[in-house]
Ligand binder design. Structure first.
Ligand code: SAM
Length: 277
């Protein structure tokens, strides 16, 4: 196989989603750099691939990267995989690719499964513009700050989320992003695949009332409505602070929502936050 770094997408659940080219590459490579040799070992065993594996993950990357680069410079074909899906998408690999690019080492993409794209195809939301926001911060305050920075985007928003945080994340999304359509895509390509669509509020209420869901989850949320003016966060906060000097939270929110053509519910949530601060 020609030398270089092969970025190989692997299934996100259903092993039948592996591509023929991915199998050929994993078989032909000199070494497979993977996050967890036990996880990738299952895949290799299933397809009778005996290529040696070497761990490459967030905790050893700085130490292992120079070794991989050394092997690539010596002419090796290195396949990079993650536990599931496409490497680099909320997974390790970016710094390795960056270093290869800087050193003139070939980087070869092998596209395939990714939870991001699988969720987008079934969310029933526009896909002409998409903002992949990865995992939101675990703490509500920082999570809301991140959501505030996304709320004026017209693009459909995609988040990866951990099931134990799903209900509270949906509640924060409702508070900050307002009344929008959304989809929770769980266990894609697996036995218990589930796609639930509704408004953010409906989904937040539903998951708040249920036991923590099992498995893996992607949340897809409609972008800012086109008939809503895009208002800079700083301008919005300034308007709210000024209104709060002379009005109750409710009246200030109503006045600012009207003046800036924004949804009342969202503005009220922000006014409450500012009033508390
Ligand atoms: N690189 C992977 C990809 O291309 O999708 C994503 C890796 S990221 C560490 C893992 C997250 O992806 C999970 O927490 C979940 O949000 C999402 N995910 C992965 N597999 C999934 C599946 N089968 N169904 C739903 N979400 C999934």
């Amino acid at each position: 196989m020609p030398p270089g770094l092969y970025i190989v997408a692997t299934p996100i659940g259903n092993l039948g989603d592996i591509s023929q080219r991915a199998l050929d590459t994993l078989k032909g490579a000199d070494v497979i750099a993977c996050e967890d040799t036990r996880v990738t070992g299952v895949l290799l065993q299933r397809f009778s691939i005996t290529t040696p594996m070497t761990p490459y993950h967030d905790h050893n990357a700085d130490r292992v990267r120079p070794q991989l680069i050394g092997r690539l410079q010596a002419g090796a074909a290195v396949a990079l995989v993650s536990d599931a899906g496409t490497p680099l998408i909320s997974d390790p690999g970016y710094k390795l690719v960056r270093e290869c690019a800087a050193l003139g080492i070939a980087t070869i993409p092998l596209p395939g499964p990714s939870a991001l794209l699988a969720a987008l195809t079934v969310a029933a939301l526009p896909t002409d513009q998409v903002m992949f926001a990865g995992f939101l911060p675990a703490k509500s305050g920082m999570r809301k700050d991140t959501l505030m920075s996304l709320k004026t985007l017209r693009a459909t928003l995609v988040f990866y989320e951990a099931p134990p945080r799903l209900a509270e994340s949906l509640a924060d999304m409702t508070a900050v992003l307002g009344l929008r359509d959304a989809a929770v895509c769980r266990e894609l390509t697996k036995l218990h695949e589930e796609i639930r669509r509704g408004t953010l509020r409906e989904l937040a209420d539903a998951y708040a009332a249920e036991a923590t869901p099992k498995g893996e989850v992607v949340v897809v949320v409609a972008g800012a409505p086109a008939d809503q003016d895009v208002v800079d966060d700083a301008a919005l906060d300034a308007a709210l602070r000024s209104a709060l000097e002379t009005m109750s939270v409710r009246d200030a929110a109503a006045a600012v929502a009207e003046a800036l053509n924004q949804p009342r519910r969202t503005i009220y949530a922000r006014a409450l936050e500012l009033a508390k601060k």
